[in-house]
Design a protein around this ligand. Structure first.
Ligand code: ZN
Length: 163
C-alpha cells in the first residue's frame, strides 16, 4: 500500500502517541515495584516519543489528517500472553522491556515497509529517518534486556504476594 503524506504523518503521530502512553504506564509500574533503573529507561523513552510526536505535528501544521483505526497503531501484548495475564506479566522488568522491544521493532518494520512501498519521495525520506530512530530504540532496549535478569519459571507460575 502506498501512503500519501497526510496518511503517513497521521500514522506516525498515532504511533508516537501510543508509545508515549505505554511508556508512561510502564515507567509508573516499574517505579511502584522499586525498579528505578528500568523506570528511568521508560521515562526517557516516554520523553523521546513526546518530542518526536511534537516534531511531526509541527511539520503537519494545518494539514488535515485522516483518522486511523486503533489496530493500526496500538501496542500489542506478546502473543504468548492472554489479555488478563498481560498486566502481571508486565510487572517484571525483563518482560516489560521485551514488550516495549516487540513494539519498537514493529514500528521499525512498519517504517521500513513504507520505504519499500511508497511512490512519494518525501514519505520515503521521512519513513527512512523514522525507521533509523526506531532501530536505535530497539538497540537501547536490547542493552537493558542484556542487563536485566530473566524471570524464573516458578516466578511466572506464581508471582507470590506483592510487597
Ligand atoms: Zn520508538
Amino acid at each position: 500500500m502506498s501512503y500519501t503524506l497526510p496518511e503517513f504523518l497521521a500514522h506516525a503521530i498515532a504511533m508516537e502517541e501510543e508509545a508515549a502512553e505505554r511508556y508512561l504506564e510502564l515507567a509508573d509500574m516499574m517505579e511502584a515495584h522499586r525498579n528505578d533503573d528500568v523506570s528511568a529507561v521508560f521515562r526517557d523513552m516516554h520523553r523521546y516519543s513526546i518530542m518526536h510526536r511534537d516534531a511531526i505535528r509541527a511539520r503537519v501544521g494545518d494539514t488535515e489528517l485522516p483518522k486511523l483505526k486503533s489496530w493500526q497503531y496500538r501496542w500489542r501484548t506478546p502473543p504468548e500472553m492472554g489479555d488478563e495475564d498481560a498486566f502481571d506479566y508486565l510487572l517484571d522488568a525483563y518482560n516489560a522491556l521485551q514488550y516495549a522491544r516487540t513494539n519498537e521493532l514493529r514500528a521499525m518494520e512498519y517504517y521500513r515497509s513504507v520505504v519499500g512501498e511508497t511512490d512519494d519521495a518525501e514519505v520515503r525520506r521521512l519513513a527512512d529517518e523514522f525507521a533509523d530512530e526506531e532501530r536505535e530504540h530497539v538497540e537501547a532496549l536490547d542493552k537493558w534486556i542484556g542487563r536485566t535478569q530473566r524471570p524464573s519459571a516458578t516466578w511466572q507460575k506464581d508471582p507470590g504476594p506483592v510487597s
